[in-house]
Write a protein that binds this ligand. Sequence first.
Ligand code: XIL
Length: 355
Amino acid sequence: MKRIIRSVLVVFLIFVGALSFAQETAAPAPPYLRDLAAKHHLLLGTSIQRGGLNNPGVLRTAPREFDAFTIENELKPASISGGPDSYFFYAPDYMIKWGEEHGMQIRGHTLVWHRSVPNWLLKANLKKDQILAFLHDYITTVVGRYKGRLYAWDVVNEVLDEQGRLRQGKSSFWAKNCGDVYIEDAFRWARAADSKVRLFINDYGVVTVNAKSNGLYALVKRLLARHVPIDGVGFQCHVTEQSPPNFKSVAENIRRFTALGLEVQITELDVRIKDKATPKQLEHQGDIYAGFFRLAVTMRGVTGVTLWGVSDAVSWIPGAFPGFDSALLFDDRFNPKPAYFAVKKVLAESVLKKK
Ligand code: XIL
């Protein structure tokens, strides 16, 4: 009987051993992406969720490959605001401390977003002045709390509609109740709370020259003319493998923003694939990633690229776009994919003078 138990145990242990081996079969060798990116003076980020810091794959891979991260959800107003004077800072406090311990730079995301309005505020029926007074307190409190510890804030997120006009009415709680002034106010209040943190406007669908990015360009010019403290523009870049952006247009678009003296960052890059990814699609995905990174290492004013997630195991894509997956550089076992090697190849190229 004892012998049977022992052999069952041995088989079990071998099985467990094989499983943990299967977790990651091909850890990449140095140099890692962050070291290569640093030579180009390019910040290389990923997004991280609080839950990711319980995931051995994230804990192992993120600080090895990335020198920066964006707090994916835990600094959004709906996550931390429980009432006019009530804040839940436990998760972001933990994440920021973790990032500092791992020598990573951290991006705050985001102060104003129509998709993350605190529940109590939606129901509170406040007037414009009261809402703006809350927003002032909120920004002062949150930006002030992390003063000196974040390299950037996405101050406003997705304030434009698909045509490039400022969101109006129903499509944004802020626009509906406060008009357009909240955008300018948010930047000024953030600057007052932290004089050094870089302040960004962030949006999707604006990476090429198109109607929406024309609207963004016009908005940013207006803000600059009014001396609104804005340092940079963030392009989200959640793209599909099937229809990647035209990189000539991306370059032209980046150029017009950096010509205004602003920095540009790719803030939320992922390249999603429909259905089960074929080897050919994974190669093509690598080419698309390479396209983004080639611009990032050659264009003056592009200061960072952030992937929206460390690996397919923790990506928001399957939840947000049913039928799509495989959007990131590492697979669901944290093995590097063709896209990882494609990015590495671009970053390993010699450092050129940026133009
Ligand atoms: C997403 C997160 O990745 C998800 O975990 C969450 O459920 C919803 O928000 N644009 C943004 C990000 O600016 O904040 C979004 O992040 C993705 C789209």
